[in-house]
Design a protein around this ligand. Structure first.
Ligand code: NAD
Length: 240
């Protein structure tokens, strides 16, 4: 089946590149962007999201906001309330038409638990990986093994074993000609790229050392809910 949209002449592979670029100002990984056939039975590109927090929800909304033919078909999270809240918020962000045409995640395709990723991956063409980063290597490797197109958030791993796993899976993705995009948005910002060009042109002479800062109001911390009703900080499972 041709992947080209008859009206727009825009093929689905190109769409994924474009929509991925839209997803949170995401970054394309050029060496991994090459031909790949989709496996949908209909014409819509099926998107699944794993990790229904702020970024997963945001990336899903952005992916669904493209002009191309795309559908959210599966969602997965370790916690049921996350999936449900996220679904509600995605719904809220959609127009009535988008809701009908693009939001297609009935209860039976909302998966909960640490194996949710496997169920989501099985159902989609494009998978958004947006859990905390410690899970990324396993989720990425599973998505690559299943031959899916992938947008994954940064960081892509949290330790040396994870980094090696990601590199190995990335090499397989390359062999399989999968599209893989990582949310390193700054790398793709024109202003950053122009500055790098200038630096290479030597506008400030030879650079002998550099020190890099990111100035903002600090890293956000989410309060966890405890069985006792008290709260603490840190990554602890929610008990309610
Ligand atoms: N590119 C960017 O600018 C950018 C911005 C924000 C966050 N991020 C990255 O995106 C990722 C997610 O951040 P967030 O702010 O959305 O976090 P979040 O805590 O809001 O969401 C993470 C979600 O993943 C779920 N989860 C945890 N473990 C899981 C598992 N094993 N399987 C399925 N679901 C699981 C959690 O329950 C939660 O709902 C992080 O890696 C973060 O660094 C990137």
């Amino acid at each position: 089946m041709s992947t080209k949209n008859k009206k727009t002449g825009f093929d689905r592979r190109r769409f994924v590149r474009t929509s991925a670029a839209v997803t949170g100002g995401l970054l394309l990984v050029p060496e991994l962007l090459s031909a790949k056939a989709f496996n949908s039975v209909d014409d819509a590109i099926k998107v699944g999201v794993i990790g229904c927090g702020g970024r997963g929800r945001g990336a899903a909304i952005q992916a669904l906001s493209t002009s191309q033919n795309v559908k959210l078909v599966a969602m997965g999270d370790a916690f049921a309330d996350r999936v449900e809240n996220s679904h509600k918020q995605i719904e809220k962000a959609m127009t009535a038409k988008q809701k009908t045409d693009r939001l297609d995640v009935p209860k039976e395709r909302r998966f909960v638990g640490f194996d949710a990723y496997q169920k989501v991956i099985a159902l989609c063409d494009v998978v958004i990986l947006a859990t905390p980063p410690g899970f990324r290597p396993d989720h990425f490797a599973a998505a690559v093994a299943a031959g899916k197109q992938i947008f994954m958030e940064k960081p892509v791993a949290t330790d040396a074993i994870g980094v090696r796993k990601v590199l190995e899976a990335a090499a397989i993705a390359k062999q399989k000609k999968l599209n893989v995009v990582v949310g390193l948005q700054r790398h793709y910002e024109n202003v950053y790229q122009q500055w790098v060009e200038k630096l290479h042109e030597g506008v400030i002479g030879d650079i002998t050392m550099s020190s890099v800062y990111w100035n903002n109001e600090g890293v956000w911390v989410k309060k966890t809910k405890c069985a006792t009703g008290t709260t603490s900080t840190g990554f602890v499972a929610t008990i309610s």
